[in-house]
Ligand binder design. Structure first.
Ligand SMILES: [Zn+2]
Length: 88
C-alpha cells in the first residue's frame, strides 16, 4: 500500500503508475490524481500542445510522410485489391 501525495488516500500499488525516477519506481500520486492532472494540464495548454505538434510536423516533414505512408500501406494490405472486369 502507498499513500497518494495529492488525495492522501492509501491505495494498493496497482493504483500508481510506474516512474523510474522515484525511489520505489512508482509515481507519488495515484492514477486518478494523475489523470486529473493530465486533463487539467491539457485543458490549460491545449493551444500550446497543438502548436507544438504542428511545429514538430513542420520540422519533420519526412517523418510525417513516412508515418502516412506506413499507415496507408497497412490499410492497403488489409483490403484485397478489387479490379472489376479483370476476370477474363
Ligand atoms: Zn490520489
Amino acid at each position: 500500500m502507498k499513500t497518494c501525495t495529492k488525495c492522501k488516500q492509501t491505495l494498493p500499488l496497482t493504483e500508481f503508475r510506474k516512474q523510474s525516477s522515484t525511489k520505489d519506481g512508482l509515481k507519488y500520486c495515484c492514477k486518478e490524481c494523475d489523470n486529473k492532472a493530465a486533463k487539467s494540464y491539457y485543458k490549460k495548454n491545449k493551444g500550446k500542445i497543438v502548436n507544438k505538434v504542428k511545429e514538430w510536423q513542420k520540422n519533420n516533414p519526412e517523418k510525417v510522410k513516412g508515418y502516412k505512408k506506413s499507415y496507408y500501406g497497412k490499410n492497403k494490405s488489409i483490403q484485397p485489391p478489387t479490379v472489376p472486369g479483370d476476370d477474363t
